[in-house]
Design a protein around this ligand. Structure first.
Ligand SMILES: Cc1ncc(COP(=O)(O)O)c(C=O)c1O
Length: 425
């Protein structure tokens, strides 16, 4: 038998979880707080479940210093479901805003309102996507599938600036964002903060998405959630699947500006959306419904929320007043150790993305120029040392060391030692 302590796992997600959390999880699965029933058996509407939910929210708020005018939602959508949810929800808000404006000009003539609204939707509805890797590409494709490619503006496609492959973030002055106007501009601007497959991470929040008249910014933080400081106020929606830094597969977390929820914002009605030939989203992706029901519109997997809460509370306790800044220091240190070693042996290893956009979470590199046999030998040698999960994503190949929060400094040191040893083989 191989023991957990013999292995260091660098998989990209599902990813390692703290052993202490898993040990406790195995107990609460059998018997939660000595009630005689386990956590997967209790009602999601019980006081215990509500407490678990409140604690997880509190831990995330503490870590990221989430302002009071933001809400936290838990959904079962996975990260991919949020590709759709952001579109449904923010398009409905954009449409309703336009309807109200037109109605103020036209008055009670519903036919005329609809006629004008159709024209505005046809001509002005745009969603801006920064395509910097496989996941933002998928999100932009989903938007096109849901509302039509004519409404999706790919403001930048990083492949065009990098010989057809992801690995850079083109300079912002080369992006073609939808112009801002006093009446609106794009319904949303979307980016993926950390591209898991391609190892590309935004070094900072894009300058051109800042400002009072900025579009509603949606960011996918699935693979770098709670790994560095985030100025939440700059975002309308932040989302991520839990299964990398936060917990196990099963829930996605959404941080949403409350002004986008009722009573502050009302989305267009399903009837109106249908009349405009825009699709109506499933209720389980409807942010107002989920928010109104404290994420309990339908059966929420409370065990998954419990794991997330335990992981996040662990960080709260470990880093105290440094909050997520404490984790950021460790994440940066671990990433530097690996990148420094790869750079030191640049005749053997080649980091895939450009130096300016290297991900701290997913470190993608090639061995001996991508020689298939040598990369196979690299992986086999790593496995012998208990260094697992290093194979790159099937779409791009190569090696990928995922440096999530539960990967220990000691584990990274072992990987670094192996990187050194391999150069001598
Ligand atoms: C950045 C990013 N976004 C979205 C997803 C999709 O998440 P899910 O598989 O939960 O739908 C992933 C999955 O790895 C991801 O890495």
């Amino acid at each position: 038998m191989v023991n957990r302590s013999d292995v260091n796992y660098f998989g990209a997600g599902p990813a390692p979880l703290p052993t202490v959390v898993l040990e406790k999880a195995s107990q609460v699965l059998l018997n939660y707080r000595e009630k005689g029933i386990g956590l997967c058996e209790i009602s999601h509407r019980s006081p215990e479940a509500n407490e678990i939910l409140a604690e997880a929210k509190q831990a995330l708020s503490t870590l990221l210093e989430i302002p009071d005018d933001y809400d936290i939602l838990f959904l079962q959508s996975g990260g991919s479901g949020e590709f759709s949810a952001t579109v449904y929800n923010l398009v409905a808000i954009w449409v309703e805003k336009k309807r109200v404006k037109i109605a103020a000009e036209v008055g009670d003539d519903q036919e005329e309102v609809l006629k004008r609204l159709r024209k505005v939707v046809d001509e002005e509805l745009k969603l801006d996507y920064l395509v910097t890797g496989s996941w933002s590409l998928k999100a932009s494709q989903e938007a096109a599938r849901l509302i039509g490619a004519q409404h999706v503006n790919v403001a930048t496609d990083a492949r065009k600036a990098n010989g057809g492959k992801f690995g850079v973030i083109p300079p912002e002055d080369q992006w073609s964002l939808t112009p801002r106007t006093s009446g609106g501009g794009a319904a949303l601007a979307y980016f993926c903060d950390n591209e898991t497959v391609d190892g590309v991470e935004f070094p900072a929040f894009p300058k051109s998405l800042e400002g009072d008249d900025a579009p509603l910014v949606c960011a996918d933080m699935s693979s770098n959630f709670i790994s560095r400081k985030v100025d939440v106020r700059k975002y309308a929606v932040i989302f991520g699947g839990a299964q990398k830094n936060i917990g196990n597969t099963g829930i996605a977390i959404v941080i949403i500006r409350k002004s986008l929820l009722p009573p502050h914002s009302t989305p267009a009605s399903p009837d109106l959306l249908r009349q405009l030939n825009l699709s109506v989203g499933p209720i389980v992706l409807d942010y107002p419904t989920i928010a109104k029901n404290n994420s309990l519109y339908n059966t929420l997997p409370i065990f998954d929320v419990w794991v997330a809460g335990q992981v996040m509370n662990g960080l709260v306790n470990t880093y105290g007043t440094k909050r997520i800044g404490g984790q950021q220091e460790i994440s940066d240190e671990k990433a530097s150790l690996i990148y420094d070693t790869l750079d030191k042996y640049s005749d053997i290893y080649r980091v895939v993305p450009d130096k300016t956009v290297r991900s701290r979470m997913n470190i993608c590199f090639r061995v001996h120029g991508g020689d298939a046999d040598k990369e196979k030998a690299f992986l086999a040698g790593a496995e012998k040392q208990g260094l697992l999960g290093l194979k790159g994503h099937r779409s791009v190949g190569g090696i990928r060391a995922s440096n999530y929060n539960a990967v220990s400094l000691e584990g990274v040191r072992k990987l670094v030692a192996y990187l050194e040893d391999f150069t001598k083989s």
